[in-house]
Design a binder for this molecule. Structure first.
Ligand code: PLP
Length: 388
């Protein structure tokens, strides 16, 4: 059976070039990057090359990059590395659980937390962030691209507010890196988390940009790795894969990859809306990452759609993978003001580098059929047809 994968915001396949770059570091080049002999020097050099590659993408110094196990660790290191009991942290109502639950835990530890709302398009109003500032505000943490809707938050504007107030600013850029240009100086961020497996590197590796001079308390204690910011022997093969994936993302951004991706996404989106009534795009009014569209199909259950589409070979999701299976509607969509039924009737389609125009046509042939069949079985839809 043909299988099309449109769940690239959950994870992406490792690209062949990335895998090829990693392979030697599983066998011949096996040294511990902290060893001083030949084997250690070899892997140390590979780790530092990857650091330079990430720094080049983010327009920062290599020494400002800390390798992590992924986005969750980067987000946690930003929050717990800076916030102490008695401090105030500003966050938003649409963050990934990696930030949301880190802030929740910080709250239990005596940190004051304010969560600013979003509008119907999913956008934070920077003035809400300004109004939330307090004398003890230590950190603002606002994501760059939303994982469920792709909505791009006004990071630059909030960066200016943070700088004026002399408050640290962290952004979870896990879903933005590789899809839109990311320049930490232009954005005005002090910390920025990214994850390998969203950009065709393996799962379990990521990086946190930490502006030089930022006093970050580590979460793990051990050796002097990563300039005392993250103890533990480096995941050399993973880091090499991240470096290669970042290099490829940089080249792709420079050669119009984002525009091509947006064209595919737009074809999918307009095709679906043309074929299917009582459907619409969540976050349509906002700037969005080029690979994501989140569409509601009223009178349906998202989970039922996912299963029906999967049986026909199309992999999509209802939003955050970690909350799939939960009965609660998405916190992101409800924060945007969607009523629970519409939030539950929403599906996320997220494209990756491996997807083609053909894949989009496959989805366009399949989704309207599946929606029609499920609606025939939906008592809500029948009632609506009868009434209206
Ligand atoms: C916006 C966002 N932040 C953080 C994460 C967590 O990243 P990781 O899976 O690398 O821990 C994800 C992954 O879904 C994400 O989409």
């Amino acid at each position: 059976m043909r299988r099309i994968y449109f769940d690239n915001n959950a994870t992406t396949p490792v690209l062949p070039e990335v895998l090829a770059a990693m392979m030697p570091y599983f066998s011949d080049a096996f040294g511990n990057a902290s060893s001083i002999h030949h084997h250690g020097q070899e892997t140390r050099a590979a780790v530092e090359r990857a650091r330079e590659s990430v720094a080049e993408l983010l327009h920062c110094r290599p020494s400002e990059i800390v390798f992590t196990s992924g986005g969750t660790e980067g987000d946690n290191l930003a929050v717990f590395g800076l916030a102490r009991a008695g401090d105030h942290v500003i966050t938003t109502s649409v963050e990934h659980h990696a930030v949301m639950n880190a802030c929740k835990r910080a709250g239990e530890m005596g940190v004051e937390v304010t969560s600013v709302p979003v509008d119907a398009a999913g956008l934070v109003d920077p003035e809400d962030v300004r109004r939330a500032l307090r004398p003890n505000t230590r950190l603002i943490t606002m994501m760059m691209a939303n994982n469920e809707t792709g909505v791009l938050e006004p990071v630059e504007e909030v960066g200016r507010i943070a700088a004026e107030a002399d408050v640290y600013f962290h952004t979870d850029a896990v879903q933005a890196v590789g899809k839109v240009p990311v320049d930490v100086a232009r954005l005005g961020v002090d910390l920025l988390a990214l994850s390998g497996h969203k950009i065709h590197a393996p799962q379990g590796v990521g990086a946190l940009y930490v502006r030089g001079g930022t006093k970050l308390t580590p979460m793990m204690f051990g050796g002097s790795h990563e300039r005392f910011r993250r103890a533990g022997t480096e995941n050399v093969a993973g880091i090499v894969g991240l470096g290669k994936a970042v290099e490829m993302a940089r080249e792709s951004l420079a050669s119009g990859g984002a525009e091509k991706m947006a064209a595919l996404r737009d074809r999918l989106e307009t095709g679906l809306l043309a074929e299917i009534e009582s459907a619409g795009v969540n976050g349509a009014g906002a700037p969005r990452a080029p690979n994501t569209t989140n569409v509601y199909f009223d009178y349906l259950e998202g989970e039922a759609m996912i299963i029906a589409l999967d049986l026909k070979g199309l992999a999509v999701s209802t939003g955050a993978a970690c909350s799939s299976g939960a009965i609660e509607p998405s916190h992101v969509l409800t924060a945007m003001g969607l009523r629970p039924e519409r939030a539950r009737a929403s599906i996320r389609f997220s494209l990756g580098k491996q997807n083609s125009a053909d894949d989009v046509e496959f989805a366009l042939a399949l989704v309207p059929q599946v929606v029609a069949r499920l609606r025939e079985l939906s008592p809500l839809y029948k009632k609506r047809v009868a009434v209206g």
